[in-house]
Design a binder for this molecule. Structure first.
Ligand SMILES: NC(=O)c1ccc[n+]([C@@H]2O[C@H](COP(=O)([O-])OP(=O)(O)OC[C@H]3O[C@@H](n4cnc5c(N)ncnc54)[C@H](O)[C@@H]3O)[C@@H](O)[C@H]2O)c1
Length: 456
């Protein structure tokens, strides 16, 4: 099913577009996916399962070798799925970017982080656009999927692609379609999630619609790439702002001795006009802490401040400090000593439950804040055996998860639940910990009560 942005009759396609459309409909088109990470891998598998041949590109050579061996580098994508895809002979990964002229459609899924100065870092997108431009041929469809500010597809990607003389909408086709992947969420398989598409011209829109319609249950067409880019940012800003709101309420209600979790459970029984968001130790992941600031940056060009976004960022960034204050107060009150010299166990390092992604995880900041107060910190996370290298927390790299057993738990002055992974035995934790600081309401949800549990 398709939601059309307008009701204009479909334009008559040029021969180049008609040929590509036929190849998409017949599944004879070769689909290129650039960037085989959390977004690119599921996308490549979805295209393959829809009947296409898929050529995946990645600059990470070992990752390419691993994928071609049928192994997975993403925990929630089973190796069996990758192995099955490779075994069909219709899915291959490569680091040979000179092969970018082979695919009929190239879908760009490379990272869009922030720079050190918290400005959009489009170097991966621009680099990929240059690599595609070097091999661009007539009638290729190029779709940017990376999350970015409105205008990127037309102001950054298109000029690079056109440098060789081919024109978007005439010689090749260009679109933007944001990814709505939610790693670890098993309620929504990728094809069930509607796919928003905006394109540079009617033919590009028709081609992108046909391509995504091959596996997505529904495509939602909007009037331009910039609109589609704005859709994605709106979704993530909505989350960032609402999470900040409940984080603020958590602090206020805590001072009033009211449990914010109980409040939200009751509030969400209202059948309209309320949507539950949950507080936590701070934002994490590659999206929610970062994407809103892409809009902030772009809005400056129009001299418009984005106060909601800035305020949400401020509140969410302060959450780890709140957790540390609660931890210090609990150790002080219950053990009669200060945080300095205490031993603290963090439970969960990933930024959210049941995944192995530690990007921007508040747990990393918590380790640094608690250690800065003179305590020692260890962590347990069944999904993260070792802390991977990061730019912001370089000195934490290489630390290893400790086992979770009564003897280990008993060695620490406090356990802080940072990530509420399902597989963790919270009863064991509560039975053996001197203090449990719970930032996720995990104990209550497991039916555990104890005066050693402190919510934070
Ligand atoms: N992770 C999510 O849940 C999610 C959800 C929606 C949107 N997004 C967006 O999708 C984009 C990709 O995010 P991700 O989480 O998949 O990132 P990721 O880090 O998991 O994967 C990116 C991949 O791109 C590769 N890469 C980097 N530069 C490259 C280049 N120049 N050419 C080819 N490959 C290159 C990396 O080696 C890596 O394998 C970002 O814009 C992100 O904001 C992510």
């Amino acid at each position: 099913m398709t939601d059309a942005a307008g009701s204009d009759p479909l334009p008559r396609l040029s021969p180049a577009a008609a040929d590509l459309l036929r190849r998409i409909e017949e599944r004879s088109a070769l689909i290129g996916v650039v960037g085989l990470g959390y977004v690119g891998m599921p996308l490549a598998l979805a295209a393959m399962q829809a009947g296409f041949r898929v050529l995946g590109f990645d600059i990470n050579g070992p990752r390419v070798v691993q994928i071609n061996r049928g192994e997975t580098h993403i925990r929630h994508i089973p190796a069996a799925a990758v192995a099955a895809a490779v075994a069909t002979g219709r899915f291959e990964a490569t680091a040979a970017f000179e092969r970018l002229d082979e695919p009929d459609a190239v879908l760009i899924c490379v990272p869009t982080p922030l720079t050190r100065h918290r400005e959009p870092d489009l170097s991966f997108v621009a680099g990929t656009a240059r690599a595609i431009a070097a091999r661009l041929r007539r009638s290729q469809l190029v779709v940017l999927e990376s999350t970015t500010y409105p205008g990127t597809t037309e102001e950054v990607v298109r000029p690079i692609l056109e440098e060789g003389g081919l024109k978007s909408g005439v010689d090749f086709f260009l679109a933007y379609s944001p990814e709505r992947e939610d790693p670890g969420n098993t309620d929504f398989a990728a094809p069930a999630i509607p796919k928003v598409v905006g394109a540079d011209g009617a033919e590009a829109l028709r081609l992108a619609e046909a391509l995504y319609g091959s596996w997505a249950a529904r495509t939602v067409l909007v009037s331009s790439p910039a609109t589609a880019e704005a859709v994605k940012l709106t979704e993530n800003i909505f989350r960032a702002v609402n999470i900040a709101l409940v984080n603020e309420l958590k602090v206020v209600f805590d001072a009033m001795n009211i449990d914010v979790w109980e409040v939200i459970e009751a509030a969400k029984t209202k059948p309209f006009g309320f949507m539950p968001f949950y507080p936590g130790p701070g934002l994490g992941g590659h999206c929610i802490p970062i994407d809103p600031f892409y809009l902030t940056w772009k809005a400056r060009e129009f001299e418009i401040p984005t106060r909601f976004i800035e305020l949400a960022g401020e509140i969410n960034t302060r959450m780890p400090l709140f957790v540390v204050d609660r931890l210090a107060a609990a150790i002080d009150r219950r053990l009669g000593k200060g945080l300095s010299g205490a031993a603290v166990l963090l439970l969960g390092l990933a930024y959210k439950k049941n995944i192995d992604d530690t990007r921007e995880s508040p747990a990393l900041r918590l380790i640094e804040l608690i250690e800065a107060r003179g305590a020692t910190v260890a962590y347990h996370d069944p999904f993260v055996p070792e802390i991977p290298p990061t730019r912001e927390h370089a000195r934490l790299a290489g630390r290893r998860s400790v086992p979770l057993d009564p003897e280990v738990i008993g060695r620490f002055d406090a356990v802080v639940i940072v990530t509420d992974h399902d597989g963790v035995d919270y009863r064991l934790v509560v039975e053996h910990a001197k203090i449990v600081v719970d930032t996720r309401n995990a104990c209550a949800r497991a039916g555990l009560t104890s005066d050693t549990i402190v919510k934070a």
